[in-house]
Design a protein. Structure first.
Length: 246
């Protein structure tokens, strides 16, 4: 791992006078998987939406050596910032293949873009999507929809992929597969910022972890250390969490 790819400094977000984020700072280094865990309503999704440009904020966000606070969502995407939302935001009436092709839309002017090769690269990562390439997205299972959302984001060639609750609503075996894929992204040169309520899986996967509660970062450090922290174990891993995570 080398330098910082994402630097979030002292950002604050308020809704109608309610502080959703208060002076939050974090770092994601190149080649790193960083997770943010915390309870419902802690501000995790707000954090990702602010970084991506969907919400205004006070403070600074620097990505790939660029100050992005005044940039549009599209401009941030062109810099290599990607987000897979909790809702996955697929086009249900379009095929799997067409959803993937749309993911490369902002690369349409890129010289040398070979869509067939790009699709095969995604299908190599998600063989099930190749089997269903002509199937309408709304007919996919929950796990397949998550794979399609990840594939569509990856075909845009992000430098940093932000994931909002990728395991939500999925069966345990599919959750395992999704987290294995997240780990494999590192070898593809993609850094990951992972928001996740499945703290056990997130801490096992990540290099660095932050705990967000009521809009504040209350703990941060190497994920392996937070996995055996007594406060984290009691709050997010269950009573025996420290022993299981060790």
């Amino acid at each position: 791992m080398s330098g910082n790819l994402l630097e979030v400094d002292d950002i604050c977000v308020s809704y109608a006078g309610v502080h959703a984020l208060q002076h939050v700072s974090l770092r994601v280094r190149e080649g790193e998987i960083v997770t943010v865990i915390g309870p419902n309503g802690a501000g995790k999704t707000t954090l990702l939406n602010s970084i991506m440009g969907f919400l205004p904020f006070q403070g600074q966000v620097r990505f790939a050596s660029n100050q992005v606070r005044m940039l549009s969502v599209e401009s941030r995407g062109r810099l290599g910032l990607g987000l897979v939302t909790e809702q996955r935001d697929l086009f249900g009436s379009m095929t799997v293949e067409d959803n993937l092709v749309l993911g490369a839309f902002h690369r349409r002017s890129e010289r040398g873009l070979r869509m067939a090769s790009e699709l095969q690269d995604i299908f190599g990562l998600f063989p099930r999507l190749e089997e269903r390439r002509a199937q309408l997205a709304h007919t996919l299972s929950g796990g397949e929809r998550q794979m399609l959302a990840l594939g569509r984001a990856l075909i845009a060639k992000p430098k940093l992929l932000m994931l909002d609750e990728p395991s939500l609503g999925l069966a345990p075996l599919i959750v395992r597969d999704i987290f294995q894929i997240i780990q494999r992204l590192r070898s593809r040169g993609v850094s990951v910022l992972l928001v996740e309520q499945n703290a056990r899986a997130a801490l096992k996967t990540a290099d660095t972890a932050y705990v967000l509660e009521t809009g504040n970062i209350v703990l941060e450090g190497p994920a392996r250390e937070l996995a055996v922290n007594s406060k984290v174990a009691e709050s997010y891993l269950g009573i025996a969490g420290a022993k299981v995570a060790a």
